[in-house]
Design a protein around this ligand. Structure first.
Ligand code: HEM
Length: 376
């Protein structure tokens, strides 16, 4: 077991609610993480240290009711299961193209060849910006995602500030085009949406673009690299799925449980809150440790073991409550299609270097060399 997983176990069993030297509280057990994620009166998602007047428009991920409900309602139609299911053909086409190129070599960087471009082109298509430079989107998204803590704490790095500026300038130019010539995509639809306060402003539209581009990328890349990690660690799983593709959904849920790409999230207490018999004061940061809770021995039998048909599997990889992941259906579909494509084109896939993964990291590795065993 890695040091991180040992530390998780130690926290869950001996120190489930702990305060660190900065006054931030870590929540390790499944039931306690669930309590925090469900309780929107005690735990706020509005965690930014930047003064509201200097922050620009709020994003749904970092806001509370009623702002959060309003923002989420504006885009949730596009992420409903039926609408996402309509994207199957398009995602399959994209995945097949990437996979065919990938299979021309026997060793590739999985992130570069599949795990990053697939989600980025899918969300770019939904937004209506797929003719843009998707490698550039990915770069902006990586830079902002890896600096998210500092951005929230009002201390963005120079590169994160620059990436945000460039991304905003690009999206403003697209908003301008779609305002003049509306098209059939999510961004055009948002531009045309009439709310009780009139049309959405440019800063509001930019906030959606930023969130959707970033939230859906690193995490889905992490799911796809996590899937291949499982194939490497449990090679028989590949054969089991080839023999019975009905196992793909439970395989994906178990991958999400054991290799949760959104490993932690953050809340701020709005009032003194009691968890178990511990009182957490008002106004402090709280870290629900999603990846740690997903290995809780009081909820999951044999929690460190990958069980391909585990059911039920009440993992918290997509969060819970009002902020639960809006893109969960899309992420699952992308994972499913990526697996079908690997099973169609390969006899097996393994890591070139074990040790590329760090348990508990946000997203997944930025590079992952894999060896491919092409199907005859
Ligand atoms: C395996 C892939 C993914 C994982 C593990 C994941 C995980 C999560 C988690 C844990 C949250 C809740 C955070 C919190 O409560 O603080 C969340 C929220 C969110 N996710 Fe995902 N996500 C994934 C993919 C996606 C995709 C593909 C999209 C869209 C393109 C997306 C869009 C969002 C949005 C917009 C929110 C904010 C929802 C709200 O605040 O109401 N996610 N995600």
């Amino acid at each position: 077991m890695s040091e991180t997983l040992q530390a998780y176990q130690e926290l869950r069993i001996h120190n489930p609610i702990s305060e660190d030297e900065n006054g931030t509280w870590q929540i390790a057990r499944h039931k306690d993480v669930l309590q925090v994620l469900k309780d929107h009166t005690g735990f706020s998602s509005d965690v930014s240290m930047v003064a509201p007047e200097d922050r620009g428009e709020p994003s749904m991920l970092f806001s509370d009711a009623p702002i959060h409900n309003r923002l989420r309602k504006l885009v949730s139609y596009a992420f409903k299961p039926g609408h996402i299911a309509d994207q199957r053909e398009l995602i399959t086409d994209r995945c097949e193209t990437l996979m065919k190129t990938m299979c021309q070599s026997t060793q590739v960087d999985l992130v570069e060849s599949l795990a990053a471009p697939l989600p980025v082109t899918v969300i770019a298509h939904m937004l209506g910006v797929e003719d843009g430079n998707t490698q550039q989107f990915k770069l902006w998204s990586d830079t902002i995602f890896s600096n998210i803590g500092d951005i929230l704490m009002a201390n963005p790095s120079e590169e994160a500030r620059l990436a945000s500026e460039q991304m905003d300038a690009y999206f403003l130019s697209r908003i301008d085009v779609f305002r003049r010539e509306p098209q059939n995509n999510l961004l055009s639809r948002l531009i045309e949406t009439e709310t009780e306060d009139g049309h959405l402003s440019d800063p509001e539209l930019l906030s959606f673009c930023r969130l959707l581009l970033i939230a859906g990328n690193e995490t889905t890349t992490g799911l796809i690299t996590g899937i291949v990690r499982v194939f490497d660690e449990i090679p028989e799983a590949f054969g089991q799925l080839k023999a019975n593709r009905d196992l793909i959904p439970t395989f994906i849920e178990e991958t999400l449980r054991l290799h949760s790409p959104f490993s932690v999230t953050i809340r701020k207490t709005k009032k003194p809150c009691v968890i178990g018999d511990t009182e957490i004061p008002k106004g402090v940061m709280v870290i629900p440790m999603i990846a740690c809770a997903n290995r809780d021995e009081t909820v999951f039998d044999d929690p460190e073991k990958f069980i391909i048909d585990r059911s039920p599997n009440p993992h918290l990889a997509f969060g819970f409550g009002a902020h639960n992941c809006l893109g969960a259906h899309l992420a699952r579909l992308e994972g499913e299609i990526a697996i079908h494509s690997m099973l169609d084109h390969l006899e097996g896939i393994s890591l070139a270097n074990s040790g590329d993964f760090e348990d508990g990291e946000l997203g997944g590795p930025s590079k992952l060399l894999v060896n491919l065993n092409p199907a005859k």
